[in-house]
Design a protein around this ligand. Structure first.
Ligand SMILES: [Zn+2]
Length: 356
């Protein structure tokens, strides 16, 4: 677990200036800081009530000053948030998983665990395409991933982020956990980790929790090219309007394990052959009965959306189960368990270019 001071020090380093915002029953209290120590000192004095948030992107101090002057010329003592136009750079790609639950309540432990499984699943999904490890945060009611970035606040970047959020929403939202697809404004706020999140009444089942964040030892930036590539991937995927069902027989006789080109694996036919395909969900997603469902401690929804396969989008197809017993399991584990994936590949893995 990282300390709040460590988190704020990273933020000062990347963003230069941080807005601290306390929301207490609709009342806002706002200040800007260029020192992690000073911010933390003030946050501690405000921590007794309401909820504390900070900005996460780079802010231009002169733009703030100009904005405050202009606003306060109209209304004296007006409380102003950071305007979006004062944000020069996205320092964090922020992904937010929130359990579905009654409005204005805190999460139960089980709901929180579902959000954690999705967040860790997304971190693995992005690690598979070469993204560095994110910081993982617990907001009090859900889970956050924060990737370090340095992306200019431009319409082009905003469009990239929109494509990514929509694509990830399709992959990771279901009737249990919601992936926040809205591309929030650049001056968006994020929980101040280490503070208590107070939402609804504090009950044993739905308690107020102290948020936390875990920052990787070597917290590397995601390269702008990686962000652009992922945006492009999702943009092409949505344009392709992929079919959701396929009627194709396995090609070829069962081969020796490991001979198949798994990017040609017909993952739907493969799961169907094992009697575990439940139904198409959306896009390239299908609900399945998890091969390890006997280990699960909670029941599955009828759509099978707690355990999901993805058809190939050029690379290997994917498998993700949101139950905690399956944390870390990927399509490779299913291949190892069943041992017959090659029979459902239309192509053979070829090491040499020539194959006379
Ligand atoms: Zn499972």
């Amino acid at each position: 677990m990282s300390t709040t001071l460590e988190y704020l020090s990273w933020l000062i380093r990347d963003a230069g200036l941080i807005e601290l915002c306390q929301m207490d029953h609709g009342k806002l209290d706002i200040g800007w800081y260029d020192s992690a120590d000073n911010l933390l000192h003030d946050a501690r004095t405000m921590a007794g009530s309401g909820n504390l948030f900070t900005t996460i992107n780079r802010i231009d101090l002169n733009a703030i000053k100009a904005h405050l002057e202009a606003e306060r010329r109209v209304v004296l003592n007006k409380v102003c948030r950071t305007p979006d136009a004062a944000v020069t750079r996205y320092c964090r790609l922020f992904f937010d998983f929130d359990p579905k639950r009654p409005t204005d309540t805190s999460s139960t432990a089980a709901e929180l665990a579902e959000a954690e499984a999705r967040a860790r699943g997304l971190a693995r999904r992005l690690a598979a395409v070469g993204w560095p490890a994110p910081a993982i945060g617990m907001s009090g009611n859900g889970y956050h991933l924060q990737f370090r970035t340095a992306l200019p606040n431009t319409p082009e970047v905003k469009a990239q982020l929109a494509a990514i959020c929509q694509g990830l929403h399709l992959e990771f939202s279901d009737d249990v956990v919601q992936f926040d697809r809205s591309v929030r404004n650049p001056a968006r706020l994020c929980a101040l980790y280490g503070s208590v999140k107070r939402k609804g009444p504090n009950t044993p089942e739905r308690p107020h929790r102290k948020s936390w964040i875990n920052i990787p030892q070597d917290w590397q930036q995601v390269h702008p090219r990686q962000v652009a590539a992922l945006a492009d991937h999702f943009a092409r995927q949505s344009a392709a309007a992929m079919p959701t069902t396929r009627d194709r027989s396995p090609v070829g006789a069962p081969a020796v394990s490991g001979r198949g080109d798994f990017s040609t694996l017909d993952v739907v036919a493969w799961f169907a052959a094992h009697g575990t395909h439940v139904g198409a969900l959306s896009g390239i997603k299908h609900g399945v009965k998890c091969p390890w469902s006997s280990e699960h401690t909670s029941a599955s929804p009828r759509t099978g959306s707690d355990s999901i396969i993805y058809e190939s989008d050029g690379g290997w197809p994917g498998f993700h189960c949101s139950h905690s017993h399956c944390t870390g399991r990927t399509i490779r584990d299913v291949m190892a368990l069943w041992g017959d994936a090659d029979a459902y590949c239309s192509g053979e893995f070829i090491r040499e270019a020539a194959h006379a």
